[in-house]
Design a protein around this ligand. Structure first.
Ligand SMILES: *[C@@H]1O[C@H](CO)[C@@H](O)[C@H](O)[C@H]1NC(C)=O
Length: 366
């Protein structure tokens, strides 16, 4: 059903993410504030000493310049699609020298490839911006914003109206709990216990952001990482059921936690979206979406192009729009666009408890 609707949208020539109706005159786009890992990172890691980088070709190959930007994509990532929808511009990476003056009014991007919910996730990735530091950076950003808009009160109002994107969690499984050959966390916790730990830590971060002014939060659940080319390459070519169960347990616990937060605040503070249902539909009906390859990454090497990173020396497919996966763990620009669309429209099972479009229409400058 999801496939049919999206397929029709393509046939009818609609763009993937279109605002409903023309914006009012005087419309000022809300700030977009991005937290989490590589699905959100638009270039922070370019400035850091880490192995998780998207700063060399062929990353960005389908962007207007054809050059890498630090996004883990052949062109756009999720924040880019949301910015388009908001009739805005993608917020600059927090570490970019360009995040000054007027550019602060688009928001800021604090996400850092490799970051997980837990501090010990991504230890092997070196110097990345982990979540506690992302929250500190956000407080710095608020000070800079206040200086530009004429005071802390004005800045706080903009923050209250802003859209917060928090996309994190997959790395806590793939680079931590299920990381071969040995995982300290797996010897310490069962999967349900580990999921409880992640959800409990994540809820603290969401609460903290609420204290810091967040009122409209989009939380992205884990990706269907069991079916990433990186996992297919090392786990016999099939989506590993143990990993699939862990992902679905996380996503259902996340819904429950967010429901509790919303009940506690008495308004819809957060909505959750995950791409599990969409990914299943795409794998079952790739043709409905115009995809021909849903297992192998476009850029990479080894089985399913799933081993190691995407580099200038990797295999590279010419038909990126027909691939679900760009590199061993990230979807292509086109696939990410379908996910963005499902978040905005609230396709069945993907968004909880309401679609983003409805959330943005709520008046809650509390
Ligand atoms: C994570 O690290 C921060 C400091 O960077 C620390 O304040 C926090 O307590 C740590 N979280 C956990 C769960 O250990």
């Amino acid at each position: 059903m999801v496939g049919l609707v999206v397929g029709l949208a393509i046939l009818l020539g609609c763009s993937l993410v279109d605002r409903v109706g023309a914006p009012d005159p005087g419309y000022v786009p809300p700030l977009l504030l991005v937290f989490g890992g590589s699905r959100g990172d638009s270039g922070n890691n370019n400035y850091l000493d880490t192995t998780v980088k998207a700063d060399s070709p062929p990353y960005g190959i389908d962007s207007p310049t054809g050059q890498p930007t630090g996004r883990f994509s052949n062109y756009r990532n999720l924040p880019d699609f949301l910015s388009t929808y908001l009739d805005s511009e993608p917020p600059s990476p927090y570490l970019s020298p360009q995040l000054n003056g007027e550019r602060l009014l688009y928001g800021a991007n604090f996400a850092s490839g490799g970051a997980g919910i837990l501090n010990d996730t991504g230890v092997q990735q070196g110097n990345i911006i982990r979540i506690p530091k992302q929250l500190l950076a956000f407080q710095q950003y608020k000070k800079k914003l206040a200086a530009v808009v004429g005071g802390t009160k004005q800045a706080e109002q903009l923050v209250n109206k802003g859209l917060f994107l928090f996309a994190v969690g997959s790395a806590d499984f793939t680079d931590n709990y299920f990381s071969p050959p040995f995982s300290a966390r797996a010897s310490q916790y069962t999967v349900p216990e580990f999921v409880d730990l992640l959800i409990s830590e994540l809820s603290k971060y969401l609460l903290r952001l609420n204290e810091l002014g967040a009122r409209r939060m989009l939380v992205i659940g884990t990706s269907p990482f069991a079916c990433w080319p990186a996992q297919l390459a090392t786990r016999g070519g099939e989506c590993d059921p143990e990993l699939q169960n862990a992902a679905s347990l996380f996503n259902s616990q996340l819904n429950r936690m967010v429901q509790q937060l919303n009940d506690r605040f008495g308004y819809v503070f957060a909505v959750v979206a995950n791409s599990a249902a969409l990914a299943i539909d795409i794998r079952n009906n790739p043709g409905a979406y115009g995809f021909i390859e849903t297992k192998e990454a476009c850029c990479g090497q080894g089985p399913y192009n799933g081993l190691g990173q995407c580099t200038p020396a990797s295999n590279l497919c010419p038909n990126r729009d027909e691939f679900l996966f760009w590199d061993s763990i990230h979807t292509t620009d086109r696939a990410t666009g379908f996910f963005a669309e499902s978040i905005l429209t609230g396709s069945a099972d993907v968004v909880f408890p309401m679609n983003l479009n409805s959330m943005l229409a709520l008046k809650q400058d509390i």
